[in-house]
Design a protein around this ligand. Structure first.
Ligand code: SAM
Length: 218
């Protein structure tokens, strides 16, 4: 497959403006902003829609799914406090854009997607761009127990509840970021594993995600 990956002054300029906008909207972590400034978001769009790539909007990527809004990507990433070398499980690879942001922060990413066409695309595009996460195809609502425990778990689709099985895959001190609610809107939650059986839960802002579909989900 031939991909057109050109990052010229127009896209670089638009990316700088996006970073400034996210800063204005309250994203304060400079490492997260730098990562957004580095990853060419237009590479995840068909060339016809490159003019949409640096707007702060979610955008269709096929199969009824979306590349998340840049603000949402930055917001979730900020909550994870990624340290270099963190083992991160990402549920819902989608376009792979968020995966690249996590990798720019030094994370060792295990990413899982349930839509075959999206999975097939990311396993080609991301290595082509120089990003080599561990790719998995299947239902991530159960986590990936074979590679647990994780320092961080990120869910990029809206869940009806926090799957118990995910919590047990966190290291002590590990953090889960997950949007939980109904099909229309979800509250962003962070759950920190503070002990073998103890978790601290913090409820944050309201978002609207595509549904997490699977065994421990919708
Ligand atoms: N961060 C991604 C991006 O920027 O492209 C967001 C992708 S989209 C908002 C959420 C993704 O989660 C979709 O691609 C969807 O197919 C996937 N998904 C939903 N349920 C899933 C499940 N149980 N396991 C794995 N992926 C799932």
């Amino acid at each position: 497959m031939a991909y057109k990956f050109i990052d010229n002054y127009r896209e670089r300029g638009a990316r700088k403006q996006l970073v400034a906008l996210l800063k204005q909207r309250g994203i304060a972590d400079t490492r997260v902003l730098e990562a957004i400034g580095k990853v060419p978001r237009h590479f995840f769009f068909d060339e016809t829609f490159w003019n949409q790539a640096y707007k702060d909007i979610a955008f269709p990527i096929g199969d009824g799914q979306t590349i998340s809004q840049p603000y949402t990507v930055a917001y979730q990433t900020e909550l994870l406090h990624i340290a270099s070398g963190d083992r991160v499980l990402e549920i819902g690879t989608g376009s792979g854009y968020q995966t690249c942001i996590l990798m720019e922060l030094g994370a060792d990413v295990y990413t899982i997607e349930r839509q075959r066409s999206l999975y097939d695309r990311t396993i080609q595009v991301l290595p082509y761009m120089g990003y080599r996460p561990h790719f998995f195809f299947g239902d991530g609502s159960k986590g990936i127990p074979e590679h647990a425990p994780y320092d961080k778990i990120l869910v990029t689709a809206g869940a009806p509840l926090v799957p118990e099985v995910m919590l047990t895959q966190l290291k002590i001190g590990g953090v889960l970021v997950i949007p939980v609610g109904n099909e229309k809107e979800q509250k962003m939650l962070t759950v920190i594993r503070v002990g073998e059986r103890d978790y601290e839960r913090i409820e944050l802002d309201t978002f609207r995600f595509v549904p997490l579909v699977g065994d421990q989900a919708w």
